[in-house]
Design a protein around this ligand. Structure first.
Ligand code: 13P
Length: 249
């Protein structure tokens, strides 16, 4: 099965109204003729701005996290239906920064994933090992564990409505990219693991790579058989770099 390439920007906690306006308009015009699927995941306060700027374009938008609850007395939280109110198609769940700084456990991530599906959002589920885990040779175990909690909660078929992003924690924001072969190895593992439960789901599943993707390394990464695009942090804040990466896809 040939899977469409997908590039999503994760702006993290960067941006301002004026800088977003120029970034969004540059990305919109620079990517209008590209074939890849493209999205930007922006901070909550800028969802309305992303919607106003990107509606009718070939770029989708989304958020970087959401609550596992529908509504309630959860000060500071944002629900999935609030995201759909602003036209979001995607939401990142389980980013390593959420897991490590904000206590998002595998179980919480699985609940957020389920809550996203419930309101029709496409979750971008992040998985990936730390440097210590890679050095202890437990990368496979960690990634499978992170995936299995979601599969146990929502079922393997739920992955037909989701995207997985493999982001080795040691490659995020460090300038240290996984080599294409290293990334491909884990992507293939993810796909074959899903295939043990459902081969058709595995064949159609978009698996993105994230971690120091730049225009200069994107093409080789995206050329690997099981790498279907990228989740881009730092380079998604620089219009030319982001467009370059989307062009590589
Ligand atoms: P960088 O591209 O800045 O390494 O970040 C990757 C990432 O965390 C995307 O979610």
């Amino acid at each position: 099965m040939s899977r469409p390439k997908f590039v999503a920007g994760n702006w993290k906690m960067y941006g301002s109204l004026p800088t977003n306006a120029s970034l969004l308009s540059a990305v919109k015009s620079g990517s209008s003729s590209l074939k890849a699927q493209i999205a930007v995941c922006v901070p909550y306060p800028y969802l309305a701005q992303a919607q106003a700027e990107l509606a009718g374009s070939n770029i989708a938008w989304g958020a970087q996290d959401m609550s596992e609850y529908d509504k309630g007395a959860y000060t500071g939280e944002v629900s999935g239906s609030m995201l759909t109110d602003f036209g979001c198609r995607y939401v990142i769940v389980g980013h390593s920064e959420r897991r490590s700084y904000y206590g998002d456990t595998d179980a919480v991530v699985a609940s957020k994933f389920a809550a996203a599906l419930k309101v029709g959002l496409t979750p971008i589920l992040c998985v990936g090992e730390t440097l210590a885990e890679r050095e202890s040779d437990i990368t496979d175990k960690v990634v499978i564990r992170q995936l299995d909690v979601v599969i146990a909660t929502s079922g393997v078929e739920s992955l037909t409505k989701a995207v997985v992003a493999y982001e080795p924690v040691w490659a995020i924001g460090t300038g240290k990219t996984a080599s294409p072969a290293q990334a491909q190895e884990v992507h293939a593992l993810i796909r074959s693991h899903v295939a043990t439960a459902n081969a058709g789901v595995a064949a159609g599943l978009q698996i993105l790579y994230g971690g120091s993707v730049k225009p200069g390394n994107a093409k080789e990464l995206f050329g690997q058989p099981d790498i279907d695009g990228g989740l881009i942090g730092g380079a998604s804040l620089v219009a030319d770099d982001f467009i370059g990466i989307c062009a590589a896809a």
